[in-house]
Design a protein around this ligand. Sequence first.
Ligand code: ADP
Length: 541
Amino acid sequence: MRLTPHSFGSRGDDTSTPTSGPAEGSALREPASVLLVDDRPEDLLALSNMLTHPEYRLVMARSGAEALRRVLDTDFAVILLDVMMPGMDGFEVATMIKSRDRSRDTPILFLTAAHQDVSSIYRAYSVGAVDYLTKPVDEAVARAKVGIFVELFRKDQRIQEQALALREADRRERELQLAEVRLLSEKRYRSLVEMIPAAVWTAYPDGSVNYCNHRWHEFTGLRLDGARGRGWLGAVHPDDTERVAAEWSSAISRNETYASELRLLRTDGTSRWHLCHIIPEMDHHHRGRVRGWLGMFADCEELKRAVEARDEFLSIASHELRTPLSTLLLNLDSLKRQLSPTSTDERARRKLESALRQTLRMEKLVNSLLDVARIAAGRLELELEESNLTEIVRQCVDRLSEQAMSAGSPMGMHASRDARDIVGRWDRMRIEQVVTNLLSNAIKYGDGKPIEVSMEVEGDQAVVRVRDYGIGIAPEHLDRIFDRFERAVSSRNYSGLGMGLYITRQIIEAHGGAIAVESEVGQGSVFSVHLPIGEVQAISA
Ligand code: ADP
């Protein structure tokens, strides 16, 4: 019940909470609650008359139990508590009030009769009273004491409100700082993307483009509106569009990086080759989920032209070299025939043999160059015919056994029972080239240790393994050695151009097969060739 006259104008039953406004204002708005506890109605009335004040809200309780109920739902500035009450007396009520966390610090003023002895005052203090008033209560004293506690209560409230406001200001400040950092990193990232010499876009997880950098606009003439969604594919050369669209869709569905070469159309209608790299941005909070895509298109037209020019030069040079080389070989051969067997000029014969060997070596190199040029131009053609793989391998081993022996590497061959005659449709000459390359490498890098060649059938595949116990290959080079002109040794120690394994792999893959290597530095290497046997085997079986 509210006894306070509403002398503060319209404030009335304002329900706004103290935390929602400035500390000073809200403290004034809410009257301070004061609890008066006495079992005698006339005493209660007298007290309430004395204490009526626009800033107080007086709450009255006629018993200890009622007082406790009031304390449950209100924070009082002060409690005036009669000691002598039927049922629960003032001491018990005070003890209970003090045992509750929320009301522990609420000051209690005891009301004692003048005739009560000093011990009850001591007892009042011991259960937590801060002061006492003797009945009959002196109005001036009562108002002064209650006034002090209300004032204290107000101050306490203001401190709490200020602390709250400070915490709120702190939180806002932190939020502002965070927003600033975010903005800064976003700006930085944008300027980086604008600076790099490549066309860049970003896309949503479903692959639809949501940002393009300046260079992209400049080159393709497509603004974000045009590139949005799958619109960017409109800037891809018509001959590449279908392939790129299909590959890009499959990359999205598998959350995989997409790398490819494609032609981008320029505003003037010409096109230039670009290396396209699109990577998924993974979501750190949800494993396996993509947050977006980053696409980058780097102009590689010049590089592509240079590579094409090199390949063309290689092709022309090796063709041009072949013609005089063939004539030279023929002439040296006929010279050798004319000299032997009647000639007694031993020095001339040795020189001629050396000239022949060197010319043959040169022919091999030129042939390899020609092969590389053919592969680059996509013109490696196979002449498939029914061939006996086991026989081809055995012949190669026989042909090279003398060379192997003089390098200190005896060659052994073993074919498992089912591999005694493996027949399939292969290009006999090319398979011979493969086996010769592998055996020559085993001799060259075999460190004068034995070489083992084995043949097996695994499922529908023929497997040829060439094992040496030589210098081996470091793990970081294993992938590289099958690429064009790649080597894992220095040319000071071992001559070579790094074409053999490249050609070997191309030939094997053209046959639908595969080549693999296992190696350990200083322990040796095993090269294994897998070739599908196919239908011919089934017919001859
Ligand atoms: P080349 O022998 O002319 O360098 P290849 O393409 O045949 O070219 O081989 C590429 C590289 O692979 C070689 O330079 C060598 O480093 C490494 N390599 C090939 N075969 C072996 C082998 N049997 N043992 C160790 N290294 C090898």
